[in-house]
Design a protein around this ligand. Structure first.
Ligand SMILES: C[S@@+](CC[C@H](N)C(=O)[O-])C[C@H]1O[C@@H](n2cnc3c(N)ncnc32)[C@H](O)[C@@H]1O
Length: 310
């Protein structure tokens, strides 16, 4: 049953010891192949695309591979949340999104901040193996990896394409490059971790109580008046209210929150509980209770308490 191998990061606490990891597995051809070839190793795939996750689920339906696990999350956050330090032997990235424009370079998966995090999770002598058809990415990666990894790169000859994109680029007659980043004992990523935007997960309760001094209508009007407006809190926390729903006892507001670039959508619940209002993340919202969410609930509770005095 393939879903047993799907890891819902919101429900998972603890760390995985994955031997082989692939970031951005696309149609999963390579991921499935390395899992089959290495039955004694734990293989973990990260993807952000729903379509790719569906392709892998389809492949596993008739082909159960017990050592293969996969998560739908940006690898940067996936590594932080799920992967044990010093555990990964090999990390594969085949044909990462190139992000050609200079102003988009900070989205590249081989930017320094991400490489530092990968270095923390990879074993000594462990490697990141990247294939690309884009020479600029080779140079960029080598420069970003300076002082973190030992870098080797070369143009390679490929007979049998290992991924869908590789097949495409070979058919177009493009050159293929391989970059190998090796973690050396002498380089210490821990001393540089202040460059990483860590996500703080809070297992504390997010529920807040405000004195009931206003009507649900007033609250609803206020929330609607700031619909789609950006609410900016400290430490790169930005939130927005979207649609709201209500009955005579409660309001539910669709809320989007970005914290250091990690985006989550949830329902904020405001409920009349005799003499008071309770504000919390709705129990139907499957989210990580980050420090940002906690602070946002607190902020809305404060604003609503003050709203009454006007
Ligand atoms: C150009 S495709 C290559 C797919 C596959 N590796 C291949 O060679 O056919 C890049 C893939 O990386 C995924 N991706 C991009 N950024 C990612 C990230 N930060 N974390 C996980 N997956 C990512 C995309 O969804 C896409 O499927």
């Amino acid at each position: 049953m393939p879903y047993q191998q799907y890891i819902d990061y919101r429900k998972f606490s603890g760390r995985l010891k994955a031997d082989l990891v692939e970031v951005g597995f696309g149609n999963a051809q390579f991921l499935v192949e390395i899992a089959k070839q290495n039955p004694d190793k734990i293989v973990l795939g990260f993807e952000v695309s729903d379509a790719s996750i569906r392709k892998l689920v389809r492949k596993l339906r008739n082909n159960y591979i017990p050592n293969l696990f996969f998560v739908k999350i940006d690898a940067f956050w996936g590594f932080q949340l799920l992967v044990e330090d010093n555990s990964v032997e090999k990390l594969y990235i085949n044909y990462p999104c190139p992000w050609f424009k200079k102003r988009h370079h900070r989205r590249r998966i081989t930017r320094r901040e991400v490489l530092l995090l990968f270095a923390k999770k990879i074993k000594s002598e462990g490697q990141i193996i990247i294939r690309t058809d884009y020479y600029d990415l080779v140079e960029y990666t080598a420069q970003q990896a300076e002082g973190i990894f030992e870098v080797r790169s070369s143009q390679i000859h490929v007979d049998q394409p290992i991924t869908k994109y590789e097949k495409k680029w070979l058919e177009e007659g493009r050159k293929i490059y391989e970059i190998v980043l090796t973690k050396k004992q002498s380089k210490d990523p821990d001393s540089q971790t202040n460059e990483i935007k860590f996500l703080e997960i809070s297992y504390r309760d997010t529920a807040m109580v405000i004195p009931k001094k206003m009507s649900l209508d007033q609250i609803l009007n206020y929330l609607r008046s700031i619909r789609e407006e950006e609410i900016r809190l400290k430490d790169q926390v930005v939130a927005k209210f979207l649609d709201s729903y209500f009955d005579e006892r409660k309001i539910v507001v669709e809320t989007l929150i970005s914290e250091k670039g990690f985006v989550q959508k949830f329902f904020l619940l405001i409920e009349d509980i005799e003499e008071k209002y309770l504000i919390d993340v709705s129990e139907f919202s499957e989210i990580l209770r980050t420090d940002g969410i906690l602070r946002f609930v607190r902020y809305i509770s404060d604003v609503l308490s003050k709203e009454d005095d006007r």
